[in-house]
Design a protein around this ligand. Structure first.
Ligand code: ZN
Ligand code: ZN
Length: 300
């Protein structure tokens, strides 16, 4: 055997040995999606490690009862140009730099592992929303109709709710055809489908986006609001067929139909409001009363 052959054999054997040692020393378990550290992952943490889970900036106590923001909220009090078409929005988390990174991994880099994480977090926010609406009942809606901001008043006391609130349908903020081609998927649709499937609520594709609105920064606030008006529309056939189906299921129930509108981020609320507006318009045209609730993953 030549000297060089002998060297190659020794190197290969050494590499094998090193690999085995590495395997033995590495902690058991799976790699955390976000920090890639190998550890035991709890099923309740959606694929991330305990340390990463602890860094999630949950919004547990919203300060603005309208939009669910955890800090002071000028957006809702400034809503003098346009009324609210949704009853309330709740978000799972505050949109900090870490959440921004997670969302961009999913939305722009297409890392599908984040879908389970983000939609899992949204399911928790859904459960909180259900609890909140159930415990407040119509009380809050009446209060919101009176004023934009609601004083810190205790929940209705002494009356345990008989039934948990449940939306009749989940729908989502649409992306334009162009974005759909570029990105390959609508993140809002994907997470809405997961929430609907896990909470047994039908998910319907009720809205369409007429064009892209991302380059609007040169417009004034009033111009932006005006252009928002024709940005979204309902998919007429889907809306009608959903409404007919819902009516058949609900029978002659007089209560308003609840629509839960899902999106990834709530920034100023203009997207959610514009979508709610066209849903309300279509419902009014069909002589039906609907309440639109927003559920977004992050509140900026
Ligand atoms: Zn981690
Ligand atoms: Zn607000």
């Amino acid at each position: 055997m030549k000297g060089s052959d002998c060297e190659t054999m020794i190197t290969t054997a050494l590499n094998h040995l090193l690999e085995k040692i590495h395997h033995l020393l590495a902690p058991t378990g799976k790699a955390c999606i976000t920090c890639t550290r190998k550890t035991i992952l709890l099923p309740s943490h959606y694929g991330i490690c305990s340390a990463c889970y602890k860094s999630i900036p949950w919004i547990l106590k919203p300060r603005c009862l309208r939009c669910g923001r955890s800090i002071g909220c000028p957006d809702c009090s400034r809503r003098d140009v346009e009324p609210f078409y949704f009853t309330m929005n709740r978000s799972a988390v505050y949109y900090n730099s870490l959440m921004k990174e997670w969302l961009s991994q999913y939305k722009y880099r297409g890392d599908e592992r984040y879908e389970g994480l983000i939609s899992g977090m949204l399911q928790q926010a859904y459960d909180s929303l259900v609890q909140e609406i159930t415990s407040r009942g119509w009380y809050m809606k009446e209060k919101l109709a009176q004023r934009h901001t609601v004083a810190k008043t205790p929940f209705q006391q002494g009356r345990e709710p008989q039934h948990m609130w449940k939306p009749d349908v989940i729908t989502f903020v649409p992306v334009s055809e162009q974005r759909l081609v570029e990105r390959g998927f609508n993140q809002a649709r994907a997470i809405a489908s997961k929430v609907g499937a896990s909470r047994d609520v039908p998910v319907r594709d009720l809205l369409k986006r007429n064009y892209d609105s991302e380059k609007q920064s040169y417009k004034t606030r009033a111009q932006r609001l005006a252009s928002m008006h024709d940005l979204f529309g309902v998919k007429v056939q889907e809306f009608q067929s959903w409404l007919n189906h819902t009516y058949t299921t609900l029978g002659e129930s007089a209560r308003p139909i609840s629509i839960l509108l899902i999106d990834d981020i709530y920034t100023t609320g203009s997207t959610l409001n514009a979508c709610s507006r066209v849903l309300q318009k279509a419902a009014t045209a069909a002589c039906v009363q609907v309440d639109v609730y927003g559920l977004t993953w992050a509140r900026s």
